[in-house]
Write a protein that binds this ligand. Structure first.
Ligand code: OFO
Length: 175
């Protein structure tokens, strides 16, 4: 059984995951417009994963006998200076999501809601992975740079991350 406070926290997370998906989908559209195939597939795949996260929480709330609720999802940013700005924004966004996930874990632990505490551990691990991935991409941008052929190589590298994630199964079909 979920407390009303926990339902509110989980519903807020449903909305944040939905927003995350829109953020990455929009970034993917920007990348596609710039002819950056690797970045497009990475960001679009990431958008699908976020929808998987949203559904995972949605289903958990439903299974607990409560009704998940959608709120207003803000409009995502649609114009960027360059790929560096995109991945800095990805990293900052993932740090925000991590903070929110940790808030849920903390509240569940404090309330001795061990079912939710156990459920949210998957997200704790996922956030660790996602922050690491965003940081790795930023490191590559720092090393390779975006000048001359740099942008081409960065796009190739980001495309490799997308291929590796896709080989790993992703999370779009989470139940
Ligand atoms: Fe990118 O993170 Fe969802 O949870």
């Amino acid at each position: 059984m979920l407390s009303p406070k926990m339902v509110d926290l989980l519903n807020a997370q449903v909305n944040l995951e939905f927003f995350s998906s829109n953020v990455y989908l929009q970034m993917g559209a920007w990348a596609d417009n710039e002819g950056l195939e690797g970045c497009t597939s990475f960001l679009t795949m990431h958008a699908d994963e976020e929808m998987g996260h949203m559904r995972r929480i949605w289903n958990y709330v439903q299974e607990a006998g409560e009704m998940p609720k959608l709120g207003t999802i803000p409009e995502p940013q649609n114009s960027f200076k360059d790929v560096r700005e995109i991945f800095e924004a990805v990293y900052e966004h993932e740090k925000l999501v991590t903070a929110k996930i940790h808030e849920i874990a903390h509240a569940a632990f404090e309330a001795k809601d061990m079912a939710t505490f156990n459920f949210i551990q998957w997200f704790v691990a996922e956030q660790h992975e996602e922050e690491t991935l965003a940081r790795n991409i930023l490191d590559k941008i720092k090393i390779i740079g975006l000048d001359g052929k740099g942008l081409y190589f960065i796009d190739q590298e980001v495309g490799k991350f997308a291929a590796a994630e896709s080989a790993g199964g992703g999370d779009a079909s989470a139940t």
